[in-house]
Ligand binder design. Structure first.
Ligand code: PAF
Length: 305
Protein backbone atom coordinates (compact mmCIF):
# COMPACT_ATOMS: atom_id res chain seq x y z
CA UNK A 1 0.00 0.00 0.00
CA UNK A 2 1.30 3.45 -0.91
CA UNK A 3 1.42 5.71 2.16
CA UNK A 4 -0.96 8.68 1.97
CA UNK A 5 0.00 11.69 4.10
CA UNK A 6 -2.08 14.79 4.65
CA UNK A 7 0.15 17.23 6.52
CA UNK A 8 3.10 19.34 5.41
CA UNK A 9 5.21 18.00 8.30
CA UNK A 10 4.59 14.37 7.26
CA UNK A 11 5.45 14.86 3.59
CA UNK A 12 8.59 16.81 4.50
CA UNK A 13 9.64 14.00 6.85
CA UNK A 14 8.98 11.40 4.18
CA UNK A 15 11.11 13.33 1.63
CA UNK A 16 13.87 13.85 4.24
CA UNK A 17 13.99 10.09 4.83
CA UNK A 18 14.26 9.41 1.10
CA UNK A 19 17.01 12.00 0.70
CA UNK A 20 18.95 10.65 3.69
CA UNK A 21 19.11 7.37 1.75
CA UNK A 22 20.61 9.26 -1.19
CA UNK A 23 17.47 9.13 -3.32
CA UNK A 24 16.47 11.75 -5.90
CA UNK A 25 12.94 13.11 -5.59
CA UNK A 26 10.31 13.76 -8.25
CA UNK A 27 6.91 15.45 -7.87
CA UNK A 28 3.76 14.97 -9.94
CA UNK A 29 1.23 17.64 -8.87
CA UNK A 30 -2.38 16.61 -9.63
CA UNK A 31 -5.93 17.46 -8.64
CA UNK A 32 -6.83 13.74 -8.50
CA UNK A 33 -9.50 12.12 -10.73
CA UNK A 34 -6.47 10.41 -12.23
CA UNK A 35 -6.51 8.81 -15.68
CA UNK A 36 -3.99 7.16 -17.98
CA UNK A 37 -2.44 10.56 -18.76
CA UNK A 38 -1.52 10.96 -15.09
CA UNK A 39 -0.15 7.40 -14.98
CA UNK A 40 2.23 8.37 -17.83
CA UNK A 41 3.36 11.41 -15.85
CA UNK A 42 4.03 9.25 -12.79
CA UNK A 43 5.89 6.64 -14.89
CA UNK A 44 8.00 9.33 -16.57
CA UNK A 45 8.82 10.74 -13.15
CA UNK A 46 9.63 7.27 -11.78
CA UNK A 47 12.07 6.66 -14.64
CA UNK A 48 14.03 9.80 -13.72
CA UNK A 49 13.69 9.95 -9.92
CA UNK A 50 14.15 7.33 -7.18
CA UNK A 51 11.34 8.63 -4.97
CA UNK A 52 8.06 9.85 -6.50
CA UNK A 53 5.62 12.10 -4.66
CA UNK A 54 2.15 12.49 -6.22
CA UNK A 55 0.18 15.37 -4.76
CA UNK A 56 -3.62 15.22 -4.92
CA UNK A 57 -5.21 18.54 -4.12
CA UNK A 58 -8.22 20.19 -5.74
CA UNK A 59 -6.94 23.71 -5.44
CA UNK A 60 -9.81 26.17 -4.80
CA UNK A 61 -7.81 29.28 -5.75
CA UNK A 62 -7.52 28.28 -9.42
CA UNK A 63 -11.29 28.00 -9.92
CA UNK A 64 -13.47 31.02 -10.71
CA UNK A 65 -16.62 31.69 -8.64
CA UNK A 66 -18.91 30.02 -11.22
CA UNK A 67 -16.59 27.20 -12.17
CA UNK A 68 -16.68 23.50 -11.26
CA UNK A 69 -14.71 23.47 -7.97
CA UNK A 70 -17.48 21.88 -5.92
CA UNK A 71 -18.38 19.24 -8.51
CA UNK A 72 -14.78 18.51 -9.63
CA UNK A 73 -14.52 14.69 -9.42
CA UNK A 74 -12.95 13.35 -6.21
CA UNK A 75 -12.07 9.68 -6.65
CA UNK A 76 -9.42 8.87 -4.05
CA UNK A 77 -9.82 5.05 -4.08
CA UNK A 78 -9.39 4.87 -7.83
CA UNK A 79 -6.55 7.41 -7.64
CA UNK A 80 -4.63 5.14 -5.26
CA UNK A 81 -4.80 2.33 -7.83
CA UNK A 82 -3.54 4.63 -10.62
CA UNK A 83 -0.74 5.91 -8.39
CA UNK A 84 0.45 2.40 -7.69
CA UNK A 85 0.33 1.52 -11.44
CA UNK A 86 2.69 4.42 -12.10
CA UNK A 87 5.18 3.59 -9.32
CA UNK A 88 4.38 6.27 -6.72
CA UNK A 89 6.37 6.26 -3.46
CA UNK A 90 4.09 8.49 -1.38
CA UNK A 91 0.87 10.45 -1.93
CA UNK A 92 0.50 13.92 -0.48
CA UNK A 93 -3.23 14.68 -0.14
CA UNK A 94 -3.53 17.80 2.02
CA UNK A 95 -6.78 19.41 3.12
CA UNK A 96 -7.66 22.95 2.05
CA UNK A 97 -6.96 24.01 5.66
CA UNK A 98 -3.46 22.51 5.51
CA UNK A 99 -2.65 24.47 2.33
CA UNK A 100 -4.47 27.69 3.26
CA UNK A 101 -4.49 27.74 7.09
CA UNK A 102 -5.73 31.30 7.38
CA UNK A 103 -8.30 30.86 4.61
CA UNK A 104 -6.50 33.11 2.15
CA UNK A 105 -2.99 34.23 1.26
CA UNK A 106 -1.39 37.66 1.13
CA UNK A 107 1.29 36.49 -1.30
CA UNK A 108 0.56 35.30 -4.83
CA UNK A 109 2.65 34.53 -7.89
CA UNK A 110 1.73 36.30 -11.12
CA UNK A 111 3.29 35.60 -14.51
CA UNK A 112 2.05 38.60 -16.50
CA UNK A 113 2.04 38.26 -20.26
CA UNK A 114 1.61 34.50 -20.24
CA UNK A 115 -1.16 34.43 -17.61
CA UNK A 116 -3.70 36.88 -18.91
CA UNK A 117 -4.27 35.70 -22.48
CA UNK A 118 -6.16 32.72 -23.93
CA UNK A 119 -6.99 30.46 -20.95
CA UNK A 120 -6.11 33.33 -18.60
CA UNK A 121 -8.48 35.74 -20.40
CA UNK A 122 -11.33 33.22 -20.22
CA UNK A 123 -10.55 32.29 -16.61
CA UNK A 124 -9.30 35.44 -14.82
CA UNK A 125 -7.12 34.60 -11.81
CA UNK A 126 -6.75 30.95 -12.88
CA UNK A 127 -3.01 31.02 -13.49
CA UNK A 128 -2.36 33.08 -10.38
CA UNK A 129 -3.98 30.24 -8.43
CA UNK A 130 -2.06 27.58 -10.38
CA UNK A 131 1.35 29.28 -10.14
CA UNK A 132 0.91 29.98 -6.44
CA UNK A 133 -0.16 26.47 -5.48
CA UNK A 134 2.55 24.89 -7.64
CA UNK A 135 5.17 27.10 -5.98
CA UNK A 136 3.79 26.08 -2.56
CA UNK A 137 3.94 22.39 -3.52
CA UNK A 138 7.50 22.79 -4.83
CA UNK A 139 8.50 24.52 -1.59
CA UNK A 140 6.82 21.87 0.55
CA UNK A 141 8.23 18.83 -1.28
CA UNK A 142 11.52 20.28 -2.61
CA UNK A 143 11.78 17.89 -5.60
CA UNK A 144 14.65 17.66 -8.08
CA UNK A 145 12.15 17.22 -10.92
CA UNK A 146 8.46 18.03 -11.42
CA UNK A 147 6.20 16.66 -14.18
CA UNK A 148 3.22 18.30 -15.94
CA UNK A 149 1.04 17.30 -18.89
CA UNK A 150 1.44 19.06 -22.23
CA UNK A 151 -2.36 19.06 -22.62
CA UNK A 152 -2.28 22.10 -20.33
CA UNK A 153 0.14 23.81 -22.71
CA UNK A 154 -0.24 27.32 -21.32
CA UNK A 155 -0.01 26.07 -17.73
CA UNK A 156 3.28 24.36 -18.55
CA UNK A 157 4.66 27.62 -20.05
CA UNK A 158 3.53 29.60 -17.00
CA UNK A 159 5.18 27.12 -14.62
CA UNK A 160 8.41 26.95 -16.62
CA UNK A 161 8.57 30.75 -16.69
CA UNK A 162 7.92 31.02 -12.95
CA UNK A 163 10.62 28.42 -12.23
CA UNK A 164 13.13 30.25 -14.46
CA UNK A 165 12.29 33.75 -13.16
CA UNK A 166 12.47 32.70 -9.51
CA UNK A 167 15.55 30.45 -9.92
CA UNK A 168 13.70 27.49 -8.49
CA UNK A 169 16.09 24.57 -8.02
CA UNK A 170 13.84 22.12 -9.89
CA UNK A 171 13.74 20.75 -13.43
CA UNK A 172 10.27 21.16 -14.97
CA UNK A 173 9.38 18.45 -17.49
CA UNK A 174 6.39 18.21 -19.83
CA UNK A 175 4.89 14.89 -20.92
CA UNK A 176 2.92 14.45 -24.19
CA UNK A 177 -0.87 14.34 -24.09
CA UNK A 178 -2.41 10.88 -23.89
CA UNK A 179 -5.44 10.39 -26.15
CA UNK A 180 -8.44 8.09 -26.37
CA UNK A 181 -8.78 5.92 -29.50
CA UNK A 182 -10.81 8.63 -31.29
CA UNK A 183 -8.23 11.31 -30.47
CA UNK A 184 -9.94 12.96 -27.47
CA UNK A 185 -7.26 14.21 -25.07
CA UNK A 186 -7.58 12.47 -21.70
CA UNK A 187 -8.87 14.84 -19.04
CA UNK A 188 -10.52 14.52 -15.65
CA UNK A 189 -13.32 16.71 -17.05
CA UNK A 190 -14.19 14.14 -19.75
CA UNK A 191 -16.24 12.49 -16.97
CA UNK A 192 -18.78 15.30 -17.30
CA UNK A 193 -19.65 14.20 -20.86
CA UNK A 194 -22.78 12.17 -21.62
CA UNK A 195 -22.49 9.48 -24.38
CA UNK A 196 -23.48 11.78 -27.27
CA UNK A 197 -21.33 14.64 -25.94
CA UNK A 198 -18.44 12.21 -25.58
CA UNK A 199 -18.68 11.38 -29.30
CA UNK A 200 -18.97 15.08 -30.19
CA UNK A 201 -15.87 15.92 -28.12
CA UNK A 202 -13.65 14.17 -30.68
CA UNK A 203 -14.15 17.29 -32.81
CA UNK A 204 -11.33 19.08 -30.92
CA UNK A 205 -8.61 16.63 -31.90
CA UNK A 206 -10.14 16.31 -35.38
CA UNK A 207 -9.84 20.07 -35.85
CA UNK A 208 -6.24 20.05 -34.63
CA UNK A 209 -5.37 17.19 -37.00
CA UNK A 210 -6.82 19.19 -39.91
CA UNK A 211 -4.79 22.24 -38.92
CA UNK A 212 -1.58 20.19 -38.76
CA UNK A 213 -2.36 18.58 -42.13
CA UNK A 214 -3.01 21.99 -43.72
CA UNK A 215 0.39 23.31 -42.56
CA UNK A 216 2.08 20.11 -43.76
CA UNK A 217 0.42 20.68 -47.14
CA UNK A 218 1.88 24.19 -47.33
CA UNK A 219 -0.62 26.49 -45.57
CA UNK A 220 1.28 29.35 -43.91
CA UNK A 221 -1.43 31.86 -42.99
CA UNK A 222 -2.40 31.58 -39.33
CA UNK A 223 -5.70 33.29 -40.23
CA UNK A 224 -6.57 30.43 -42.55
CA UNK A 225 -5.39 27.80 -40.06
CA UNK A 226 -7.62 29.46 -37.45
CA UNK A 227 -10.52 29.31 -39.93
CA UNK A 228 -9.89 25.58 -40.48
CA UNK A 229 -10.08 25.02 -36.70
CA UNK A 230 -13.27 27.08 -36.35
CA UNK A 231 -15.10 25.54 -39.33
CA UNK A 232 -14.42 22.02 -38.16
CA UNK A 233 -15.57 22.73 -34.61
CA UNK A 234 -18.63 24.66 -35.78
CA UNK A 235 -19.64 21.63 -37.85
CA UNK A 236 -20.45 19.92 -34.52
CA UNK A 237 -23.61 21.48 -33.11
CA UNK A 238 -22.87 20.35 -29.56
CA UNK A 239 -19.57 22.25 -29.52
CA UNK A 240 -19.23 25.94 -28.61
CA UNK A 241 -15.88 27.63 -29.17
CA UNK A 242 -14.36 29.61 -26.33
CA UNK A 243 -11.18 30.23 -28.31
CA UNK A 244 -9.43 28.64 -31.30
CA UNK A 245 -6.08 30.34 -31.83
CA UNK A 246 -2.69 29.93 -33.41
CA UNK A 247 0.14 31.46 -31.41
CA UNK A 248 3.89 31.51 -30.89
CA UNK A 249 4.62 28.31 -28.96
CA UNK A 250 7.01 30.07 -26.55
CA UNK A 251 5.33 33.41 -25.87
CA UNK A 252 1.72 32.63 -26.91
CA UNK A 253 1.67 35.94 -28.77
CA UNK A 254 -0.37 36.02 -32.00
CA UNK A 255 1.41 35.13 -35.25
CA UNK A 256 0.54 36.17 -38.81
CA UNK A 257 2.40 33.33 -40.42
CA UNK A 258 3.57 29.84 -39.55
CA UNK A 259 7.30 29.59 -40.14
CA UNK A 260 10.45 31.59 -39.64
CA UNK A 261 12.33 30.84 -36.45
CA UNK A 262 9.19 30.66 -34.39
CA UNK A 263 7.30 27.44 -33.69
CA UNK A 264 3.52 27.80 -33.74
CA UNK A 265 0.92 26.05 -31.64
CA UNK A 266 -2.82 25.69 -32.21
CA UNK A 267 -4.81 26.03 -28.97
CA UNK A 268 -8.47 25.25 -28.37
CA UNK A 269 -10.97 25.72 -25.56
CA UNK A 270 -14.40 24.38 -26.45
CA UNK A 271 -17.54 23.71 -24.44
CA UNK A 272 -19.29 20.43 -25.09
CA UNK A 273 -22.38 20.08 -22.90
CA UNK A 274 -21.33 20.68 -19.28
CA UNK A 275 -17.61 20.26 -19.97
CA UNK A 276 -15.12 22.93 -20.97
CA UNK A 277 -12.35 21.08 -22.80
CA UNK A 278 -8.91 22.28 -23.88
CA UNK A 279 -6.47 20.76 -26.33
CA UNK A 280 -3.52 21.87 -28.45
CA UNK A 281 -1.11 20.76 -31.16
CA UNK A 282 2.28 22.06 -32.17
CA UNK A 283 2.15 22.91 -35.87
CA UNK A 284 4.82 21.34 -38.07
CA UNK A 285 8.13 23.15 -38.20
CA UNK A 286 8.64 25.17 -41.36
CA UNK A 287 12.31 25.71 -42.09
CA UNK A 288 13.70 28.88 -43.66
CA UNK A 289 14.68 26.74 -46.66
CA UNK A 290 11.04 25.64 -47.15
CA UNK A 291 9.89 29.24 -47.01
CA UNK A 292 12.50 30.47 -49.48
CA UNK A 293 11.55 27.63 -51.84
CA UNK A 294 7.85 28.55 -51.52
CA UNK A 295 8.51 32.24 -52.20
CA UNK A 296 10.51 31.33 -55.32
CA UNK A 297 7.86 28.98 -56.67
CA UNK A 298 6.10 30.71 -59.60
CA UNK A 299 2.29 30.96 -59.57
CA UNK A 300 0.90 27.64 -60.71
CA UNK A 301 3.72 25.69 -59.09
CA UNK A 302 6.77 24.09 -60.62
CA UNK A 303 4.93 21.83 -63.06
CA UNK A 304 5.87 23.86 -66.11
CA UNK A 305 9.59 23.96 -65.28
O1 PAF B 1 -2.94 20.52 -13.84
C1 PAF B 1 -3.43 20.39 -12.70
O2 PAF B 1 -3.97 19.33 -12.35
C2 PAF B 1 -3.39 21.56 -11.73
O3 PAF B 1 -3.54 22.77 -12.39
C3 PAF B 1 -2.13 21.56 -10.85
C4 PAF B 1 -0.88 21.73 -11.69
C5 PAF B 1 -2.04 20.25 -10.08
C6 PAF B 1 -2.19 22.72 -9.86
O4 PAF B 1 -3.29 22.62 -9.03
Amino acid sequence: MIPVVATIEEIRQSVRNARSNGRTVGLVPTMGALHEGHVRLIRACREAADFVVVSIFVNPTQFGPHEDYSRYPRTLDDDLRRCSEGGTSVIFAPTVEAMYPTGSLSTYVEVPGLSDILEGASRPGHFRGVATVVLKLLNIVGPDLAYFGEKDFQQLLVIRRMAADLDLPVVIRGVPTVREADGLAMSSRNRYLGPEERKAAAVLSGALREAVAAVSAGERSTGRVRQILRSRIESEYRARIDYAEVADATTLQPLDEVGGNRRAVALLAVRVGPARLIDNALLPEVSDADQVAEKQTPPGGRHGE
